[in-house]
Design a protein around this ligand. Structure first.
Ligand SMILES: [Zn+2]
Length: 272
């Protein structure tokens, strides 16, 4: 599943090239998770603005009005270029522009492209309503993060995955950040001290920054964005390493199920 770093790397891969392009055509394939929400013909002649990201959504503002909110779902990827060729059976959205075609390929079709009058209006406002802070937003201070954790009784892992305090902590990144901070994933949120909350926020930012760096340095073709999880996993310290030796303490990495998701952690390094 594409996580926040892949979505951000995808955005960076085409944002500058598509900005200022004029839409020349829109092609829809098989139905995606949600309908486009407008007659695709009405978009022809519109100009594409600066692509933004919010959580795992991409927002492509259009002039004179509105924009397209995109989500990659479980298996989606976006490619932009002028040599993409004829659409294949998994290509379900093409935005043809004066600079090239932006194409959504999505075999499982949980992704979506939705028109909205603005990022904070209509369908976009609804879809983005529950999202927490962006991880690198300096407005999210350790004090705020700690205060938000104090109000919850769920496990810290569940709170990270929920994404309503801070977005971007997908399973692999949540496990790695908790390891970095020395916090057992089963720890109750309201039992986490201020210094440990601060350490967790710092580790989450470090983990995501590392993933972004990896994506930026290893992806020649952003259609390979799905490879990022795999690349990052190769460097993971606990994720996917059940039964293996912890590089920090020499103990054994364990796996537990939390809400149907696997949590990997080192009992020697991570405390409740
Ligand atoms: Zn350890």
């Amino acid at each position: 599943m594409p996580e926040l770093p892949e979505v951000e790397v995808t955005r960076r891969s085409f944002a500058e090239r598509i900005a200022g392009a004029r839409i020349t055509g829109v092609r829809l394939g098989a139905p995606l998770r949600w309908p486009l929400g407008c007659d695709p013909e009405t978009l022809v002649g519109f100009t594409v603005g600066q692509a933004q990201r919010r959580g795992k959504y991409l927002w492509l503002p259009l002039a004179p009005e509105g924009g397209l909110l995109m989500h990659l779902g479980m298996s989606g990827s976006l490619a932009f270029g002028d040599t993409l060729g004829a659409p294949g059976r998994h290509d379900h959205f093409d935005l043809a522009t004066s600079r090239g075609v932006l194409r959504l390929t999505d075999p499982r079709r949980f992704g979506a492209v939705v028109w909205s009058p603005a990022l904070d209006q209509g369908v976009s406002a609804k879809l983005l309503a529950g999202l927490g802070h962006e991880p690198f937003d300096s407005a999210l201070t350790p004090e705020m993060f700690h205060a938000a954790l104090r109000r919850r009784r769920t496990s810290v892992k569940a709170a990270l995955l929920a994404g309503d305090i801070v977005v971007g902590a997908g399973n692999i990144y949540a496990c790695e950040a908790l390891f970095g901070a020395g916090i057992d994933p089963r720890t109750r949120c309201d039992r986490i001290s201020r210094p440990r909350a601060e350490a967790l926020l710092r580790e989450l930012r470090l983990t995501l920054a590392k993933a972004l760096e990896l994506g930026g340095s290893t992806l020649r073709d952003f259609r390979d964005a799905h490879g990022m999880n795999g690349e990052f996993q190769g460097q993971a310290r606990v994720y996917g390493r059940e039964g293996q030796r912890c590089a920090r303490c020499g103990g054994t990495v364990r796996r537990v199920l939390q809400g149907q998701r696997s949590s990997f952690f080192c009992p020697g390094c991570q405390r409740r």
